[in-house]
Design a protein around this ligand. Structure first.
Ligand code: NOJ
Length: 654
């Protein structure tokens, strides 16, 4: 690649510019190797970088440019309306055997995307995607290693070229000139998830997650399209978070009637299981998997579920999740042979689903597959139809096992195919998915909005059972710019009791006020309030915020942030003129000044503020919270003190 690497700049290349002309993507072929480069505001951001699949050499056949501009409405989201405005350049190439390859570029005002399309006919295999990124200046990158189990790691920051691990997509980037980037993929469907590594020449290269047999991607020409490789380029952190390129690069909604897809907050027989208060298992198994008795503390019982449904109905929650009622699972993580249509004898699902419906609450089902895909796929359609018949329109899926079927990575093409098959089958059965142990989201929820949320994060559950003390407060100040930008996150905020009887040294690093702020900072249209009803009843005044905060938004703005240090987010309710604000900090106490100019001019709002008190301290005194009201107007500045690992939540009503 020396020849291509030596060329710089997008001059004299076939190129496409963003509608505002600030971003320019150039394309050329150097000695048979397709290359691209990128400029922003007349400055080179990415020098000539290689493209292509495997070792093929290509010749140029032709190109065409088009443009597109539409504003579309989300089924649910951080925004009701999204503008999709880009210019497109389609490059047609041919390899040595005259097989066609298209590279399609889209330039947006806030970044760009490109993908490979394989026209023609016939089956093939891809071993190596050659896509690379030769950044002109070295950004700081926030990343996790590519093989972090289920992406449940702590993101670390370092200069990109010093990173020696292979890294997961996405990467959050901060360039030396203070601008930001977000490198990820969009519309991952029937391809392998991408990863990155830095080579000796400081090029960031692509590594596709392989099948166990070493192939990266099986392709059928005529259908095969890589996901979009995309980079957001933003002048500041607010613009970075506001970019909707990833959703725009996905296809429009394919579900005709979306009326059954309903954002909601939910509670669950769940945190109590993670704290060992209850068990998933109905039966006790010995080390050989033989049943030796009934579990004394089974959580998903008819009686417990009724109690949770009653609580949900009383406090305005739309759903209740119950885990551990699939016959045959019994908390066996290794060879899961669960039946997804037979409840355990102590969980009367027919009765409970009627009971829940009478109370206008939905039961959220649970499919823990343990990675046993064949067992799950055999039952998938029947199980989802059964749920539809019961009026259950939400299922949390799980894949707790290092490899699917004992051998394939979750984010290989095998895993991607399976997860997307579940989403499509669920869509035909009117079931929404909360995908745990998922593939990193890539915006497919635009096309299939029944893909409501997912994990792919070191969520709050780690603070129940990890032996490392719990996630540091900085973790949540990084996530909004890494995992959260890839799609909704089932982070499970809302801990109201910070004691941990099983691992007293591990806890949620948080004050009570910060737990409320997370309902605004972390977006999910299925938003769990994770603690037990009895914990919520210990702090009914603070709980009021959780009862009131919506989870479907008209618009959202990150007002201020420094990745890893603090985040201030404001969102407007989709169904009223009310705004909600969440602010959190890392391990450092800080004062923030929130500019309220996002409020409607000329109107007075009542701000109900939930904040850390003077003596609040996350380990010794986390529950102290000040709840106060104040009249505010657009242009006012709200000053808030966030204690270490603390936060503030504000409801602004007209
Ligand atoms: C791990 C998931 O993250 C957690 O939420 C779930 O409770 C367990 N697996 C059981 O499926």
């Amino acid at each position: 690649m020396a020849a291509a690497a030596a060329l710089t700049g997008c001059q004299n290349k076939t190129s496409v510019s963003s509608p505002d002309k600030q971003i320019k993507v150039g394309f050329s072929i150097e000695e048979g190797v397709p290359c691209y480069c990128v400029e922003k505001d007349g400055k080179s951001v990415i020098g000539m970088s290689r493209l292509g699949l495997d070792e093929h050499k290509y010749t140029f056949v032709g190109s065409e440019t088009t443009q597109f501009d539409e504003t579309w409405e989300t089924t649910w989201g951080e925004e009701r309306k999204i503008r999709n405005n880009y210019r497109e350049l389609i490059i047609n190439l041919e390899d040595e055997e005259k097989l066609p390859l298209q590279i399609v570029f889209r330039a947006f005002d806030d970044g760009f995307g490109f993908r490979y399309v394989l026209p023609g006919e016939g089956e093939g295999k891809i071993y190596k995607e050659q896509t690379e990124y030769r950044f002109e200046s070295e950004p700081v990158a926030w990343s996790i290693p590519w093989n972090t189990p289920y992406y449940e790691g702590l993101w670390t920051a370092a200069p990109l070229w010093e990173k020696t691990d292979t890294l997961c997509s996405p990467l959050a980037l901060e360039f030396p000139d203070g601008t930001y980037g977000y490198l990820h993929e969009a519309a991952l469907d029937d391809w392998a998830a991408q990863n990155f590594y830095v080579d000796d020449s400081a090029a960031l290269k692509t590594y596709l997650t392989p099948w166990a047999n070493g192939t990266s991607v099986y392709v059928t020409r005529g259908e095969a399209k890589s996901p979009w490789r995309m980079l957001i380029l933003a002048d500041n952190i607010t613009e970075l978070a506001a970019s909707r390129i990833m959703l725009n690069l996905n296809e429009p909604c394919k579900i005709e009637d979306t009326s059954w897809i309903q954002p909601m907050k939910f509670i669950g027989i769940w945190w109590a299981i993670h704290l060992d208060h209850y068990s998933w298992a109905y039966r006790i198994l010995d080390s050989k998997g033989r049943v030796v008795g009934l579990a004394p503390k089974h959580g998903a019982t008819t009686e417990n579920m009724r109690r949770y449904i009653d609580f949900a109905a009383e406090h305005g929650f739309g759903g209740v999740l119950a885990e551990g009622w699939n016959e045959g699972w019994d908390g066996d993580w290794t060879s899961n042979l669960a039946s997804f249509t037979t409840p355990t004898p102590d969980f009367d699902i027919e009765y409970l689903s009627k009971y829940a419906q009478e109370k206008s609450v939905q039961i959220i089902g649970h499919h823990e597959t343990g990675g046993n895909i064949s067992n799950y796929e055999q039952q998938l359609d029947t199980a989802l139809r059964y749920y539809d018949h019961l009026g259950i329109h939400n299922v949390k899926t799980g894949y707790v096992h290092a490899k699917l079927e004992g051998k394939e990575w979750h984010k290989s093409q095998y895993g991607v195919r399976h997860m997307n098959h579940v989403i499509r089958t669920a869509a035909t059965n009117h079931v929404c998915i909360d995908n745990h142990e998922c593939v990193m989201p890539t915006g497919l929820c635009r096309t299939y909005p029944n893909l409501m949320t997912g994990e792919g994060v070191r969520g709050q559950e780690w603070d129940a059972w990890s032996t490392d003390g719990g996630s540091p407060a900085s973790h949540l100040c990084i996530l909004p710019f890494t995992r959260c930008m890839a799609g909704p996150v089932d982070f499970t905020p809302g801990t109201f009791d910070f004691s941990n009887p099983v691992h007293p040294e591990t806890r949620v690093h948080s004050t009570l006020a910060r737990q409320l702020a997370l309902f605004v900072v972390v977006y999910s249209p299925l938003q769990m309030a994770s603690d037990m009803p009895e914990s919520y009843m210990q702090h009914p005044d603070a709980f009021r915020f959780i009862e009131q905060v919506p989870c479907d938004w008209e618009q959202s703005k990150v007002l201020d942030a420094k990745i890893g240090e603090y985040v201030v987010t404001a969102r407007q309710d989709r169904y009223s003129a009310d705004w909600y604000l969440g602010a959190i900090t890392n391990e450092d106490e800080r004062e923030i000044a929130v500019d309220l100019s996002f409020l409607e001019k000329g109107k007075t709002y009542t701000a109900t503020i939930y904040r850390d008190g003077d003596k609040t301290e996350w380990k010794q005194n986390p529950y102290e919270i000040v709840i106060e009201t104040q009249q505010v107007r657009a242009g006012d500045v709200l000053r808030l003190t966030l204690k270490a690992a603390g936060g503030a939540a504000v409801r602004l009503t007209e």
